[in-house]
Design a protein. Structure first.
Length: 384
């Protein structure tokens, strides 16, 4: 009995000591800062959602290795990742979860259709959202002062594509098709505006949905319109099926995709039909950026796979937020949001600073073309 009492007494002393060491009043207290991530971790776009999450993890791990301090408190960054499933309804639900979790900032989303409603949840809570992938222009045109984007918008990227189709490819009869999502439809609408502004002619405008796998009816109409170029607003998997079916139907129009098309998924699905296909993608080729090769190498060593398009943007978005917190010496959004608004950050993807809407001041886009079965960069141009 005596031994039991002694043991209890020692346990009590140990717990008091642990409480003392972990107390916020001591120099040993650690401030835990949650960085939220929202993207599709399941479903057809899961690879891109995971790529975004991996980019955030890389930045957080590097920041923690620096043993940063805000004031006299050491800081530990942790990731709070949710699966929005690429569904606007789920996106709003998990957005509220991140708010309830007390995240300091959110990196997301992949889908514009999710970002549009979910960003309002974060804005209402005063939590900044930094968008590394969703490109619908309306995301940043609604006056939400805590929403930022570090990738060109559809107006910028598809605007370039529209001008290029008319001025460079010399297409005379242009057809357009989209998947009716906020992303794909937004791309197509901006492309059409740019084509018309450049004096080009739209001869057919078709649409599908983002679950479709057969496009015979739409392509038959496009073939009948005698189009010499087809622009598709949608994701890489559907674009691959579309390109393959074009060749099967004998449709000789040049294929031109918007952002999110130039990926290995497209070339695997389209096969030999992919040769010559073109797509305008956001930003500059990673291989041509000063720190791009280093990032790609670190990513592959850490995760065992090659990075996709959006992890460098997610990595930059995370470091952008962390640097703003460092500048403000605080993880409270109302303290570091001003530092985001005035940011001048040298990232992996390029220099990042924002206009009055929270979009990049100096965005760029790159044209890729499939050559010998692989996407190869052709030219990069300013999106303004």
């Amino acid at each position: 009995m005596l031994k039991h009492r002694v043991r209890l007494a020692l346990v009590g002393i140990s717990m008091v000591g642990a409480s003392f060491v972990g107390s916020p009043a001591t120099a040993y207290a650690v401030q835990v800062v949650k960085i939220g991530v929202s993207g599709p971790l399941t479903g057809g776009s899961a690879a891109n959602g995971k790529d975004i999450e991996n980019g955030v993890r890389m930045a957080i791990n590097e920041a923690n290795a620096q043993h940063l301090m805000f004031g006299n408190e050491p800081v530990q960054f942790v990731i709070d990742s949710v699966d929005d499933q690429g569904d606007p309804r789920i996106g709003v639900q998990v957005a509220q979860k991140l708010v309830d979790d007390g995240v300091a900032v959110v990196i997301g989303h992949f889908n514009s259709g999710v970002c549009l409603p979910a960003s309002r949840v974060f804005a209402a809570a005063g939590i900044p959202l930094i968008d590394p992938a969703a490109t619908n222009p309306e995301i940043t045109l609604r006056g939400l002062k805590t929403v930022f984007r570090i990738i060109p918008t559809d107006a910028q990227n598809s605007g370039i594509a529209g001008k290029y189709a008319v001025a460079v490819t010399k297409a005379k009869r242009i057809a357009v098709m989209d998947d009716r999502t906020a992303f794909g439809q937004g791309e197509a609408e901006e492309f059409v505006k740019a084509v018309k502004a450049a004096g080009g002619k739209i001869v057919d405008n078709e649409y599908t949905n983002d679950k479709a796998v057969d496009f015979s009816a739409q392509l038959t109409n496009i073939k009948a319109s005698n189009a010499d170029l087809l622009f598709f607003g949608g994701l890489d998997d559907q674009a691959g099926l579309l390109e393959k079916r074009m060749k099967q139907l004998g449709l000789r129009a040049q294929f031109l995709g918007g952002g999110a098309v130039a990926d290995t998924v497209f070339t695997k699905i389209a096969g030999s039909s992919a040769e010559g296909a073109m797509a305008w993608e956001y930003g500059r080729p990673l291989s041509q950026l000063p720190r791009g090769a280093e990032f790609a190498d670190k990513y592959k060593k850490k995760f065992g796979i090659a990075n996709l398009t959006y992890s460098p943007f997610a990595y930059d978005a995370t470091w952008l937020a962390i640097d703003a917190m460092k500048k403000a010496a605080s993880a409270k959004p109302d303290a570091f949001v001003p530092a985001l608004q005035s940011a001048n950050h040298a990232g992996i993807t390029g220099d990042i600073s924002f206009d009055a809407h929270g979009d990049l001041k100096n965005p760029s886009s790159t044209l890729y073309q499939v050559r010998n079965g692989n996407w190869q960069p052709v030219t990069t141009t300013s999106a303004n």
